[in-house]
Design a protein around this ligand. Structure first.
Ligand code: CFM
Ligand code: HCA
Length: 535
């Protein structure tokens, strides 16, 4: 299908048309280089975007899952309630974190009322910190700000500092007011900054060994992180911490004792990967554990980073064993899914990552949308130096870190590798690179930034996909049009979908969605006659 963007957008006023056209790129004739796309800029007011807020990105996504910290939402109860456990990042007690220190499934909020807004909420917050310390004895506390707190000007820094002195535990605050920045993405950055400044590097009891890795940007939705950890530990790696799925403050403070950082979700966590490279010299590698072929390629890449023959051999042993275990079942589902088309409409990285798993099933992604990604997630990291900052992006502080005089080590030394070998791998594009989604788009495929309700409907009418991967906000659009959907944020409470075992669960869920007879009983609008038409 060839997309004519102007035709699709005829109802828009000129100004909106001009704006929205810049957020859509169609890949035609297999063009190798990606045209510039506009991203990480303000949504047109009133357009029914699927985006969330800065608080959602900071609290809901990045810091909320840290299981042994109490995360207090300073604000009206709705903000805390909406971000309460709804993303089902799984967490469990372990050697370092006993059951009485698991707080991530609880919801803590100052429940600001009208009078608190008028007279200020600092006292209420200080009192709440006293209470949670007395009742729960957490190791550390996060305080996340919401819109009204920024507007009335409560000084979270002062309250945290005083409480830290009083209670003798770290109390970390995040000025992640919902309105700060244009989307969840601003909140990721704010969370990354504070984790880096206040947590990483403060621990002294990290794991020893020369195959220690962190998995950054993996939130353990549906247990994805556990499947990834299972495979990596089977090969012989020690997983220091996953950030932040099933993670603990007790581990995050030792994040610097790793030899290598793996970056799963580039959008939400690339800041920490970069800062750790600058401060400690720890190299990072972009990975993807979504998809069978992608997982295999990732495992081989990681083994290459250490360049150790035994590790490379053990990687192949594990790959062969895992493949043997899943292939027959995967083939069965593949025969149902083959040839079908899909949209991937998620917040950031997943719209790209899931294309690999769908390809394993013989499916094609014809339209891919990111709610809040940046140009580099579409076009690749090479464009980063050319991205112009604006008033919104300048509103988010950038940390300018330097090499730590005591803890910095050259990247090749972290990997026990000669400088020559390391440089060779860098030359081959191994470390600190990400090419974005564009190279993996099919010919004729469309990338869309910050898609809205109207455009989603139009794209469904034009492409008639067999399945839409979406979230709770946009899934009903497709249902009403007779197109099944699968939630890629929450996995509709299924999962894990990552790694080898996850691929089978995903394939089964997708095959089920595609073969449910209910969808054939709905007449989509494009098949209706004029008279039937109506709404
Ligand atoms: Fe990264 Fe995520 Fe995603 Fe994301 Fe999100 Fe999420 Fe997502 Mo929902 S961190 S960008 S801010 S992979 S919460 S676990 S599913 S939109 S595509
Ligand atoms: C968020 C969180 C979210 C929302 C999911 C959805 C998630 O953006 O605030 O829209 O279905 O994954 O829980 O992305």
């Amino acid at each position: 299908t060839d997309l004519n963007v102007d035709d699709m957008m005829t109802p828009y006023p000129n100004k909106v048309l001009k704006n929205r056209k810049k957020h859509i790129v169609a890949k035609t004739d297999g063009a190798a280089s990606c045209p510039q796309i506009e991203a990480n800029t303000r949504t047109v007011p009133g357009i029914i975007s699927q985006r969330g807020c800065c608080y959602a990105g900071c609290k809901g996504v990045v810091v909320g899952p840290i299981k042994d910290m109490i995360t207090i939402t300073h604000g009206p109860i709705g903000c805390g309630y909406y971000s309460w456990g709804t993303r089902r990042n799984k967490a469990r007690a372990d050697d370092r974190t006993p059951p009485e220190h698991i707080f991530s499934a609880m919801c803590f909020s100052t429940d600001m009322q009208e009078s608190d807004i008028v007279f200020g909420g600092e006292k209420k917050l200080a009192k709440m910190i006293d209470e949670v310390v007395e009742i729960f004895h957490p190791r550390a506390i996060n305080i996340c700000s919401t819109c009204p707190i920024g507007l009335i000007g409560d000084d979270l820094g002062a309250v945290s500092k005083a409480a830290e002195e009083k209670h003798g535990i770290p109390i970390i605050h995040y000025n992640c007011e919902g309105y700060k920045g244009v989307s969840q993405s601003a909140g990721h950055h704010i969370a990354n900054n504070q984790i880096m400044e206040k947590m990483v590097g403060t621990g002294t009891d990290g794991p020893a060994g020369d195959r220690v890795i962190n998995i950054l940007g993996e939130y353990n939705i549906g247990g994805d992180g556990w499947e990834i950890e299972r495979i990596l530990e089977d090969i012989g790696y020690t997983v220091n911490s996953i950030l932040t799925g099933d993670s603990a403050y007790a581990n995050i403070k030792n994040l610097h004792s790793a030899n290598l950082n793996l970056v799963q979700c580039h959008r939400s966590i690339n800041y920490i990967a970069e800062m750790m490279e600058t401060k400690y010299g720890i190299p990072w590698l972009k990975v993807n554990f979504i998809g069978v072929e992608a997982t295999i390629a990732t495992l081989r890449d990681v083994a290459q980073c250490f360049g150790d023959e035994d590790l490379i051999a053990q990687t192949e042993v594990v790959i062969e064993r895992e493949l043997a275990a899943i292939t027959p079942e995967l083939e069965r589902y593949r025969s149902i899914c083959k040839g079908k088309t899909a949209f991937t409409f998620v917040g950031g990285s997943r719209s790209h990552h899931y294309q690999y798993l769908l390809k394993d099933l013989g499916m094609e992604v014809v339209v891919a949308g990111y709610e809040f990604a940046h140009r580099d997630d579409y076009e690749g990291r090479d464009v980063i130096p050319t991205i112009k900052s604006d008033a919104d992006s300048k509103n988010i502080p950038e940390l300018h870190l330097e090499a730590d005089p005591d803890m910095y080590e050259e990247p090749n030394l972290h990997l026990n590798m000669s400088k020559e070998k390391y440089d060779e791998l860098v030359e081959a594009g191994h470390f600190a690179t990400y090419d974005g989604m564009y190279p993996d788009m099919v010919d004729g495929g469309v990338m869309i930034d910050d898609p809205n309700h109207y455009e989603t409907e139009e794209l469904i009418e034009i492409f008639h996909p067999d399945l839409i991967f979406s979230g709770i906000r946009d899934k009903y659009i497709s249902h009403k049009m007779g197109v099944p959907s699968k939630q890629l944020h929450s996995y509709d409470y299924s999962g894990p979908y990552a790694g080898f075992r996850g691929s089978i669960i995903f394939a089964k869920d997708v095959a089920n969605a595609l073969s449910t007879p209910a969808w054939q009983m709905i007449t989509p609008p494009w098949d209706k006659t004029e008279t039937e038409g109506g709404d």
